[in-house]
Design a protein around this ligand. Sequence first.
Ligand code: NAD
Length: 539
Amino acid sequence: MERPRSLPEHSQLIKGIAGIRTQGQAALLTGPGSPQLRSSACLDCAELPVPQRAPLKASVQSDQTAGGNIGMDSVGDTLQRLRETFSAGRTRPAEFRATQLKGLGRFLRDNKQLLQEALARDLRKPDFESEVSEFSMAQHEIHLALRNLRAWMKDEKVPRSLGTQLDRAFIRKEPFGLVLIIVPWNYPLNLSLVPLVGALAAGNCVVLKPSEISKNMEQVLAEVLPRYLDQSCFAMVLGGPEETGQLLEHRFDYIFFTGSPRVGRIVMTAAAKHLTPVTLELGGKNPCYVDDNCDPETVANRVAFFRYFNTGQTCVAPDYVLCSPEMQERLLPALQSTIARFFGEDPQSSPNLGRIINDKHFQRLQGLLGCGRVAIGGQSDQSDRYIAPTVLVDVQETEPVMQEEIFGPILPIVNVRSLDEAIDFINRREKPLALYAFSKSSEVVKQVLARTSSGGFCGNDGFMHVSLASLPFGGVGASGMGGYHGKFSFDTFSHHRACLLRSQGMEKVYSIRYPPYTPRNLRMLLVAMETRSCSCTLL
Ligand code: NAD
């Protein structure tokens, strides 16, 4: 694998797009077929020293009239164009949707190296982790959607009442229209493509707003992705908080947001102005209860793997461990040897550990290292944005590390005296995105499951539940609303339209509901309104 480039080189690479943003306007990048002209930003992008870059020059285009930047007027024009596509019914046929999904599959295959390099430059993500958590999940979602598209699109028959036995009652899965997808930086490919699969499969037009923080991925997506999708139904808008704020002033038919609870509130407030429905995929602190009845080595392997995966920058990572002081004594040496086995005696030189996304997050995490007492790790190096896999003990609930989502390779252990105390600790806080319980006793795991609430739950492992497209992925309460993955994505991006089709016949029978009202007609009507699951025709 080519080594990630140094940070000065890195910042050179992204200067084109950074230049776009400083103007305080969203840059809208469209693909071939657009009448817009190539901008100066495009020339900068062409200098990227990545093998596949050179032929991509022509795919980055923007509005010449705005001096190389596209202002919000142009965003408005593009949204209008997408709306017209939708109104014309172009995205509705299964063939059109399948073509887009196949395009996404080709995008992943054709540009694998480029994408892998972008992940390595942004996060020093090991290829193994990119493969498992970015490529394979996105590819799997594409295959699943392609295999099931027609079945998912089918009208869903529903049980009828006695009085509707002669009618057709069904749920039609209708695309919402124009969908906005806003993406964070930690899994910048997965969290762009997986929602995109659902939105396109459901027949929507889509505006994708990648994270400005994972700059290299933002740039690759902006330059390359539009080439694989029909330009009449897909557009990308780039920018940070200011530009996204401007974008959110426009009306969308659905907003799918992944990011922090703080920005989730901003998005929901903006959506409320237009009564736009939202899915909010947010973060928070995910508790991990470790019972005394556990094998410490197994727990250490599993907790450390999922805590330090992507350098801890994972929304579903176990955020802190809750266990007894006795279990802590057994767990610490196990964690110590696991960390050494995973990353060697000097984790900074390990190819299996990534880096913190930027200086701001590095400094935030460095601050958290001062909480409690460092039991394992604790080293950091700003010049490399390196934070060692760390375990903290003697942590107080009131310390920052227990007040905010950690989102880095730091694992505090908080002591509790019993299962009841652990459950009470969990339930006194916001509902988490994920919750983990380790015990050899299935009764203990079941109790944690039964007496708490969270977006997802996994017994005796880390975020394995997220790997199943047959399970919905999403939060509850402060960790978000709505879910996706697999068919859940298709359903999330579809309006479930309630339909009843009846004929003009049988008027005599149906007239029992009309005035003048009589007690006899009321009795008959109430019987007729009872829902029956059998499909036999009784009238
Ligand atoms: P973030 O909320 O700062 O940013 C997410 C997106 O919102 C970005 O595209 C960003 O440009 C945009 N944004 C930022 N500030 C904005 C503002 N003021 N107005 C409008 N848009 C704005 O999140 P992040 O730092 O990119 O990601 C980390 C957070 O995301 C963590 O809290 C993590 O738990 C969460 N997350 C959740 C999931 C999930 O599936 N539930 C997945 C990954 C990350």
